[in-house]
Ligand binder design. Structure first.
Ligand code: BF8
Length: 657
């Protein structure tokens, strides 16, 4: 896997070579002038461990750690006799378990909140989207006709709790899986029972002396990953929509220029929307706005980062300051008066950078404290105590700003908030919401296929660059792109989340975009909202004409700058669902091994999807497009794309659709 190192950031690079984001580059230069170290510097000064990078090390007992030789993978085994395949499968399975546990624990917190709202113990939140409540209930066969919202909500809670706690049977959202795909899972024995059980069993089986067949370990990795995608993540998305509203298109500004020098700037960064929703209420409190004005500010400016930022942007149009690798850099503006964080992707390095710029950094979640940050516990039963206090402390910091403020004057507007439901409405209209026009445009070749481009940014590669170049290439080739997480923010910064970006798409996709008035790149929200892509793909199967299972669809996925174990869990649930999924940066695997062959070829032969790897964005695009074309051929719709010229009759047909 020589190409792995191609785009790796090496020492003493210019800021413009470290990131494609001009605002972040400006802040990297400022940090260097200020003598402040950022994640990019730490990445440059510390090479990744070459053995760990290839997953050739086992540290699950004290007979080791045992190190294998990736140049001669079968030359030796661990002290217990574990082969390279067992070792890699164990490591991979544990990454899936860790990533799945993050999403499912997040989803469980949403479900806890939902229960307390429904039974009236929590009054600061409410059911905002009753229509969504009913639709989700119906999707898992809960009777809704003639019943009260309260009764439906009670039943929905009881059903969805099984996603976590059930010890036998199938998780509730298995009912949403296309029948042919579900049949394959049943045949393989990988339908998740309950997330807690799957994660527990994954950890057990990867301990010393338990499961020592890479195929059997991978089977449990599939089951665990599916308990995330169709379980924890999906519950999180659906409950968040019910409580806070299902997103629909909204214009929002992205990048560091959303900070305002003359305002009290507060950044919320993390993953659970409860904190963000309560903060929205706090910054709109007339008393606190008055206090900010009395302190000399024009008002309070609330801004998001990373995934909870992406959710708040999708639901409410709250501005977004940047993705994962920009969270330290944004503090270098000196303009951040408080940063509140909850869980996941919160770098410990933030504490030191925040201290350098005298920005108060607040942890708020019992599951995430950081040495050097102040902890103000956020409680669902009394959310405002925490968020009001953060606002008060931000006003204090604004009043005592002493360091110079430098805000990059860069901001890009875009359209966000394309939920599965809105895509249905957008394509089919309010009276006959449907995915039929999407399927028809895929069948007639105007849209070649659909790609999900998602995931992190990673200081080991040039920030945003791989995301942006990959997506540009995909849309140029008429592939409609769905996005979530930090990838969505990268493309938003690059200006591709606007209807005008349709001019960058190939002739077929741009025609569809212009007809509907949509961007060629649709942002669906945070990383747990990848579940929206699963639902959309299932609807494409249900609508017809594109095969019987998810594996038949001309679709592909990518996380070209991934870094988190959550990304591996997501990748594995897409693969297990039937999707070809290509990762960039690096892949934790040794070449020429049986385990690699299983992930990159064998799973597809079982009727699932498969993994791919390439570091270069154009290479990733090539792999994805080749896969889409392979699926088009299998469906017998490959000839349709030969017709490139669209006459007036065709145009009228699209417009009618
Ligand atoms: O869950 S994309 S860096 S912020 S892991 Fe993290 Fe990756 Fe961003 Fe959200 Ni997802």
């Amino acid at each position: 896997m020589e190409e792995k190192t191609k785009t790796v950031v090496s020492k003493i690079l210019e800021a413009k070579d470290i990131t494609a984001c001009d605002a972040t580059a400006q802040m990297i230069n400022k940090a260097r002038r200020d003598g402040v170290e950022l994640c990019f510097d730490r990445a440059a000064s510390m090479k990744p461990c070459p053995i760990g990078a290839e997953s050739a090390c086992c540290k699950h007992c004290s007979m080791g750690p045992c190190r294998m030789n990736s140049k001669d993978p079968y030359g030796k085994v661990g002290v217990c006799g574990a082969t390279i395949d067992t070792i890699m499968a164990r490591n991979f399975g544990r990454m899936v378990a860790a990533g799945a546990s993050a999403h499912t624990d997040h989803g469980m917190a949403m479900l806890d909140l939902f229960r307390e709202v429904v039974n009236g113990h929590i009054t600061d939140y409410e059911i905002k989207d009753t229509e969504k409540l009913i639709n989700v209930a119906k999707s898992i066969d809960i009777e809704t006709e003639g019943r009260s919202t309260q009764d439906i909500a009670n039943d929905l809670y009881a059903e969805l709790e099984r996603t976590y706690t059930q010890v036998e049977g199938e998780i509730p959202f298995a009912k949403r899986v296309p029948p042919k795909t579900l049949e394959t899972w049943r045949k393989l024995g990988i339908v998740p029972r309950g997330a807690m059980r799957e994660i527990m069993e994954m950890m057990h089986r990867t301990a010393i002396g338990v499961d020592q067949h890479y195929e059997n370990i991978t089977k449990q990795a599939n089951r665990t990953a599916l308990s995330d995608g169709w379980g924890g993540s999906m519950v999180s998305t659906e409950i968040s929509d019910i409580l806070y509203g299902t997103p629909s298109p909204v214009v929002a500004n992205v990048n560091m220029g959303v900070l305002k020098e003359n305002m009290v700037n507060i950044i919320i960064h993390g993953h659970e929307p409860n904190l963000f929703e309560s903060m929205i209420a706090s910054v709109n409190s007339p008393v606190l706005i008055e206090a900010a004005k009395a302190g000399g500010a024009d008002g309070i400016n609330l801004v998001g980062m990373c995934c909870s930022g992406a959710e708040a942007m999708s639901r409410h149009g709250i501005p977004h300051a940047g993705n994962f690798t920009s969270t330290e850099a944004v503090l270098c503006t000196g303009a951040v008066d408080a940063m509140g964080v909850d869980i996941q992707c919160i770098k410990q390095g933030l504490a030191k950078v925040a201290e350098c710029y005298k920005t108060p950094l607040f942890t708020t979640n019992t599951r995430c404290h950081i040495e050097g940050a102040e902890h103000i516990e956020f409680m669902d039963h009394d959310p405002k105590t925490c968020t009001d206090e953060i606002v008060i402390r931000a006003i204090t910091r604004f009043k005592s700003r002493t360091l110079p403020v430098e805000i990059p004057q860069i901001v890009t507007p875009g359209v966000h908030g394309f939920s599965y439901e809105y895509i249905n409405y957008m394509l089919g209209g309010s009276f006959r919401g449907s995915y039929t026009p999407l399927n028809e445009n895929i069948i007639n070749g105007r849209i070649r296929g659909v790609a999900g481009v998602v995931g992190c940014t990673n200081p080991r590669v040039k920030q945003d660059y791989v995301h942006v170049e990959l997506v540009r290439e995909l849309i140029r080739n008429d592939v409609l792109v769905l996005q979530t997480g930090c990838s969505q923010i990268a493309l938003a910064k690059a200006g591709l989340c606007t209807p005008e970006a349709a001019c960058l798409a190939g002739p077929g996709l741009s025609e569809v975009c212009e007809t509907v008035g949509m961007p060629p790149v649709l942002g669906l929200g945070s990383c747990v909202d990848n579940s929206r892509i699963l639902i959309a793909a299932s609807e494409m199967v249900r609508t017809g004409g594109l095969g019987n299972s998810l594996a038949d669809l001309p679709v592909a996925g990518a996380a070209p700058e991934w870094m988190s174990e959550k990304a591996i869990a997501i990748g594995q649930y897409f693969v297990a669902s039937g999707v070809y999924t290509v990762f960039g940066v690096t892949f934790p695997i040794v070449d020429n091994t049986k385990f690699k062959k299983l992930l990159f070829e064998g799973l597809e032969q079982q009727g699932l999807g498969k993994w791919g790897f390439a570091a270069d964005p154009l290479e990733i695009a090539k792999l994805m497009i080749a896969h889409i074309d392979k699926k088009r051929k299998a469906l017998g719709i490959d000839k349709a794309r030969a017709r490139v010229l669209v006459d007036m009759a065709d145009r009228r047909q699209i417009e009618a659709a």
